[in-house]
Design a protein around this ligand. Structure first.
Ligand code: DQA
Length: 144
């Protein structure tokens, strides 16, 4: 099965950025571990700091892949354009966040993309991504 992970703005700095909130691990190292853990899963990764590039990637994979795991970063709280992109495609999208956005500033409590997503995994650190991948994996391989 094919799963696309998409990270939005500032998530290229994972491991360096506010480590008290986002941890000390770079996404590259975590992705290696995920790929070893799910060897029969084609896990693709894309990161961009640009809203339009995130939308282009959702369009590109959104009719062919089995799942999209999306951390839209701060665009989560503002981007009607990403909401519309998720609505436009057929591939289900799971929203993920590393931090518990509900325990942070008020402006992080609202996700404008949530209504178009299958569900959300929030606040489990990098394990949020694995939980979302596991959902797609188990639901396309019901015997696992
Ligand atoms: C985040 C939470 C957002 O509020 C923030 O803007 C991010 C990261 C998270 O993964 O916890 O960039 O999506």
């Amino acid at each position: 099965m094919k799963i696309q992970i998409i990270n939005g703005p500032n998530l290229n700095l994972l491991g360096k950025r506010e480590p008290d909130i986002y941890g000390n691990t770079s996404f590259a190292g975590y992705l290696d571990r995920l790929r070893k853990h799910y060897p029969d899963c084609d896990l693709q990764y894309f990161q961009s700091n640009h809203e339009g590039e995130l939308i282009d990637k959702i369009h590109e994979v959104g009719f062919a892949f089995d799942g999209i795991v999306l951390n839209a970063g701060a665009y989560t709280h503002t981007s009607i354009a990403i909401l519309d992109a998720i609505k436009a495609v057929t591939t289900p999208v799971i929203e993920v966040h590393i931090s518990n956005v509900h325990a942070r500033e008020d402006f992080r409590h609202k996700s404008v993309i949530a209504p178009a997503c299958k569900g959300a995994v929030i606040g489990l650190g990098l394990a949020s991504y694995e939980m979302a991948i596991r959902y797609f994996y188990e639901h396309s391989n019901p015997q696992k």
